[in-house]
Design a protein around this ligand. Structure first.
Ligand code: T4K
Length: 396
């Protein structure tokens, strides 16, 4: 138990956890069912290329999301790249800087310049007024990100897109099972892109998907993901290899059956964090809107100016305890090497992005979080607020 500064690992005590607590520890469903599906797959000798498990996974996802088409891919980044290309995005596309770097990379990799707009500092998602300021004659689209599974302002962004004739795509990598105005994420804009990476709400080892209600777009993406083949020897479109394998689809199917358990664990952890942290001066847990469907996959703690310990001191103290909290998505894409000197970003200042990126800590959650871990993590954070704990760290 951690009661005072001398109980902290930064001050030489034994770490609170013998094994590391990761952010994004995979949740895994019925292992026996996964082994069964894998054995059947080996028996069939059909390992990739739109096999029966991939087809079943796509149908299940379309039903869950209420989308007309779901095209699964090998990962979320390739899914973004294919959606960007299929939509004909060129020139400049406006994105938030405060996102996982894949959102920006997917554009750049397709020869499109990501133009970074600022976020709203309360919601952490794109600020429509900031998007308007970044529009130029070269702008062809907007990618909104439903960060932390919290919907971005879809209708305001749709209005901007309609006014300026822009394509609107959403990066929904965090947002499977979430809603906006009680409509499932997956049906907004021209298309929405999901990730099923190991660290996501539900995983297929690696994997991603694009959901869309546009028949022609879905058809183009299906061609693009398989080298443009329309049957044997008949290439009718430029393409790449974005296919999901059968073993990944098997994992996806198993984990899709397990999402209620994951939501339950995530929600319990989130409530426990709120109860334990929100009365610590300077620290707050970003709330979810309980009127919406949420997956509660990210526990985001914000370190305010009243906090005695800085964000990075809290991270250092947590890491010493084997609590591998993360500074997602510091420092913002516009400050990362590939983008900071790129036209038109040299010297770009995004005040809300920078403020949020400097105050966020993402904490571990999920089905594997040990009993009582939230309270231990909270007591580390609380002790850092007084009793000389940080002073000891600063002297060291
Ligand atoms: N758009 C957005 C908004 C995204 O957040 C992402 C991905 C994408 C697009 C792209 O989708 P994908 O192409 O990835 O499908 C992780 C994930 O790799 C990445 O998928 C995710 N976002 C991002 C938010 O987080 P890192 O660099 O933090 O990953 P890493 O390797 O440090 O893993 C996180 C923690 O999870 C580690 O402490 C270890 C633990 N872990 C990880 C794996 C893979 C495990 O315990 N077991 C595992 O198998 O990026």
């Amino acid at each position: 138990t951690i009661r005072s500064a001398v109980d902290l690992a930064i001050n030489g005590a034994t770490p609170a956890f013998a094994e590391p607590l990761h952010v994004g520890r995979p949740n895994i469903g019925d292992q026996a069912k996964f082994i069964r599906l894998a054995a059947d797959m080996l028996e069939r000798r059909w390992l990739s290329n739109a096999g029966p498990l991939v087809q079943e996974f796509e149908a299940r996802l379309a039903a869950e999301l209420g989308a007309k088409h779901v095209v699964v891919m090998c990962n979320g980044t390739v899914a973004l790249e294919i959606a960007i290309r299929a939509l004909g995005m060129t020139g400049e596309v406006i994105v938030p800087s405060y996102t996982f770097v894949a959102t920006a990379h997917a554009l750049f990799w397709q020869g499109v310049t990501p133009v970074f707009a600022d976020i709203d500092s309360v919601t952490h998602t794109l600020d429509p007024a900031a998007v308007r300021r970044m529009i130029t004659p070269r702008t062809t689209g907007i990618i909104g990100v439903h960060l932390w599974g919290r919907g971005c302002p879809v209708s305001e962004l749709q209005d901007i897109a309609d006014e300026h004739g822009l394509k609107l795509l959403f990066d929904a990598a965090h947002a499977f099972g979430c809603s906006i105005g009680n409509r499932a994420i997956g049906g907004f804009g021209e298309a929405e892109v999901f990730s099923f990476h190991a660290t996501k709400f539900f995983n297929s080892f690696e994997g991603g998907a694009v959901a869309t209600n546009n028949d022609a777009l879905a058809e183009t993406m299906r061609l693009m993901r398989n080298f443009g083949f329309a049957g044997y020897d008949n290439v009718i479109h430029p393409g790449t290899n974005g296919k999901m394998t059968e073993i990944c689809a098997a994992m996806g199917l198993v984990n899709l059956d397990d999402t209620a358990r994951v939501i339950e664990a995530n929600r319990r952890n989130h409530l426990a964090y709120q109860a334990a942290i929100d009365d610590v001066p300077g620290l707050t847990i970003l709330p979810f809107d309980d009127a919406e469907r949420n997956n509660y996959q990210y526990v985001v703690m914000e370190v305010g100016p009243e906090s005695h310990a800085s964000r990075d001191e809290i991270i250092a103290a947590l890491h010493a305890e084997n609590i591998l909290a993360r500074r997602y998505f510091w420092p913002g894409c516009h400050k990362m090497k590939p983008y900071r000197d790129l036209f038109p970003h040299a010297g770009l200042v995004l005040p809300n992005t920078e403020a949020v990126a400097n105050r966020v800590i993402v904490l571990p959650t999920g089905t594997t979080l040990p009993e009582g871990a939230v309270e231990t993590i909270a007591s580390v954070c609380r002790i850092l607020q007084g009793g000389g704990a940080v002073e000891l760290l600063r002297r060291a």
